[in-house]
Design a protein around this ligand. Structure first.
Ligand code: MN3
Length: 206
């Protein structure tokens, strides 16, 4: 069939693969982007094409049968597209949270930024199997929320929360460097969090 208009593609990156070292190795970032994210894009596009064909045939059973593949692969594409922007080299502002609306909100809800990081780290380390830790924004209550999602479940379609910051704790995100010690990876990742992007996501969410 014809390629779906909504065809997925890998986003541009704002850093080179080695720029997040020593927190995340160049080898991990290269594989993560060119192999793992690429696989979600490729398989997501296959699922979207099959969806178009099923819709053209009014085949409701086929449409429903595609939902798991769509959720996993399009979800993986959405999640990684957020994650890459959430990261920055410490030489380019990574790890630095400015004195803006986001800091004010964090301090009003958690007291200080360390307390938020502790809670988000604990939730993220505690994800059973593969998944994501999140700082989300609840538009209805105007509050920040710490939560997690399993597999590649994307935050907003799954919970209604708007994703501000995602932390990938699939083993492919850290195993080559941190082996089985997920807590060390999560502890280190704060040094390369692009808080300016997180703040921008909050601004766009409101
Ligand atoms: Mn990943």
């Amino acid at each position: 069939g014809t390629r779906a208009m909504s065809s997925l593609k890998l986003p541009d990156l704002s850093w080179d693969y080695g720029e997040l070292e020593p927190v995340i190795s160049s080898e991990i970032m290269t594989l993560h982007y060119t192999k793992h994210h690429q696989a979600y894009v490729t398989n997501g596009n296959i699922a979207l094409e099959k969806l178009e064909e099923a819709k053209n045939k009014n085949d409701n059973a086929a449409i429903l049968a595609l939902q798991p593949a769509l959720k996993f692969n399009v979800g993986g594409h959405i999640n990684h597209s957020i994650f890459w922007k959430n990261l920055a080299s410490p030489t380019k502002g990574g790890g630095e949270l400015g004195d803006g609306e986001l800091r004010k909100k964090i301090e009003s809800q958690w007291g200080n930024v360390d307390a938020l990081q502790t809670q988000l780290s604990a939730a993220t380390v505690g994800v059973q199997g593969s998944g994501w830790g999140w700082l989300g924004y609840d538009k209805a209550t105007d509050r920040l929320v710490v939560t997690t999602t399993p597999n590649q479940d994307p935050l907003q379609p799954s919970t209604g929360l708007i994703p501000l910051l995602g932390i990938d704790v699939w083993e492919h995100a850290y195993y080559l460097q941190y082996k089985n010690v997920r807590p060390d990876y999560v502890k280190e990742i704060w040094k390369v969090i692009n808080w300016a992007d997180v703040e921008n996501n909050l601004k766009n969410a409101k």
